[in-house]
Design a protein around this ligand. Structure first.
Ligand SMILES: NC(=O)C[C@H](N)C(=O)O
Length: 310
């Protein structure tokens, strides 16, 4: 099977001064995941690597760069799923760690549970030897300014969020045909403390099953949860739809049923892939057959050969 990685850096409107950074970020992340895959790594290794790369990049709403809660705190959600046996790991409302997706992977591999939240997740992170970091180190000037703006009377954080989302995610197929997904986010702007979005919920923020494929989602979390977007798309693929048709059907169902906008990256077990969105933009990138693909606006699709350095 030809190895494939597809990533997104969030659906929404990306201000022009941030577009370059977002595009560079998704391309760097997909290349990081792809070089692991071509060196024999698994699809789980590849999606985690790609997502860590974007969590560490302050351009995205995940890890450093996460949006803030109403109280000005950072509460992050993440998910990882292994399509071989449906093993899943997730964390919600975690603070003070740099890479929530790594903690989600540890939940999957080291516990008998699927999701740990808030204080319990923090205790587990300490037990696993994950370094604690200050909240300040996860907050960028940009996220603090947006938080402040949305504290003002008359502000509409939900509307503002619909414009700029920035969650990150990845799907991959490895040379053995195993699929995986991972998604990570700071959530939505000025959210209530304790709000859990779609990202850590299996079937909404992502899903991976070798018998069908894998999906990672981004967009308005409450809308994604209501239609269980990732699993909904895989259902259409089980009915014989292509990755692209199934992704579009899922997104249009979310739009017509609950007025939600978003985007998805999808792969199937045969090695087909797609990056689709109902929002104005979504930074996405894919790597397969030694070729890098990327785009930001609807219909945009650039390609370039990947030159691997030894
Ligand atoms: N930026 C996003 O995609 C937001 C995320 N889906 C959430 O609602 O938490």
């Amino acid at each position: 099977m030809r190895p494939i990685v597809v990533v997104h850096g969030g659906a929404g409107h990306i201000p022009s001064e941030r577009a370059h950074g977002s595009m560079g970020g998704v391309c760097a992340a997909v290349k990081a995941g792809y070089s692991l895959l071509t060196a024999g790594g698994s699809s789980v290794d590849a999606v985690v690597e790609a997502v860590v790369n974007m969590e560490d990049n302050p351009h995205f709403n995940a890890g450093c760069g996460s949006v803030l809660t109403a109280g000005g705190q950072v509460e992050m959600d993440a998910l990882v799923m292994d399509g071989r046996d449906l093993s899943s790991g997730a964390v919600s409302a975690v603070s003070n760690i740099t890479n929530p997706v790594k903690l989600a992977r540890l939940v999957m591999e080291k516990t008998s549970h699927v999701c740990l939240t808030a204080g319990g997740a923090a205790v587990f992170a300490r037990q696993m030897g994950i370094q604690e970091v200050s909240t300040e180190s996860l907050i960028t000037e940009y996220s603090r300014a947006r938080w402040k703006r949305n504290q003002e009377p008359g502000a509409n954080p939900v509307e503002c969020q619909m414009g700029k989302m920035g969650t990150v995610g990845a799907v991959a197929v490895d040379s053995e045909g195993n699929v995986a997904c991972a998604t990570s986010t700071g959530g939505i702007l000025n959210k209530m403390e304790g709000r859990v979005g779609d990202t850590p919920c299996i079937g909404s923020g992502g899903y991976a099953d070798n018998s069908v494929g894998a999906v990672s989602t981004t967009g308005h979390g409450e809308a994604i949860l209501k239609v269980v977007l990732a699993r909904h798309i895989l259902f259409h693929m089980e009915q014989g739809r292509s990755v692209e048709e199934a992704s579009d059907l899922g997104l249009s169902h979310m739009r017509s049923r609950v007025k939600g906008l978003g985007g998805v990256v999808t792969v199937d077990a045969k090695g087909e892939w797609s990056a689709r969105f109902s929002s104005n933009q979504m930074a996405w990138a894919a790597a397969c057959d030694q070729t890098l693909h990327w785009g930001l606006y609807k219909g945009e699709h650039f390609t370039e050969a990947i030159v691997q350095t030894l």
